[in-house]
Design a protein. Sequence first.
Length: 177
Amino acid sequence: MANHVFIAHSLDGYIADRSGGIDWLPQLPVPEGEPDVFAAFMQRMDAIVMGRRTFQTVLSFGQWPYTKPVYVLSRSMPPLSAEWADKAQLWGGEPARLLDQLKTLGYRELYIDGGQVVQYFLAHDWIDELTLTRVPILLGGGVPLFGALPWPLHFTHVSTQLLSGGTLSMSTYHRLR
């Protein structure tokens, strides 16, 4: 099974501002002739694993954006309401057990989303691919993309492309094992 991160960050490495907001992310339409890289990424994924805060942010969008199964990691979140029960499943156990279960269910490509979840998966060396989109803004503080690691993790650069008329740069890295 392969675990993938697809996330945007500020020039200074934050994925959310000091209040946890993402209003600073540009809502840029995909220019004509430019591929929808997120849609292409999602076509490759079998399921999504995210944290509680990310799930709550997604709920604030007003419209559910995913067609793939979503697993929400949280030990403190109350059970999902009936409105969301068909869209996501809450997982309060160990993430390693969830990965084992998803592998047993036949999932091979997982989208890992959310700051704490990404950091946890990196600290356990469970990330195989990072796709990072750099947004040209300095936030000066907020929710960092990366946290402390028990040892260095080496990645190799696969590609970089400019998006939205050169406003954004997206780079993909594969974990060297």
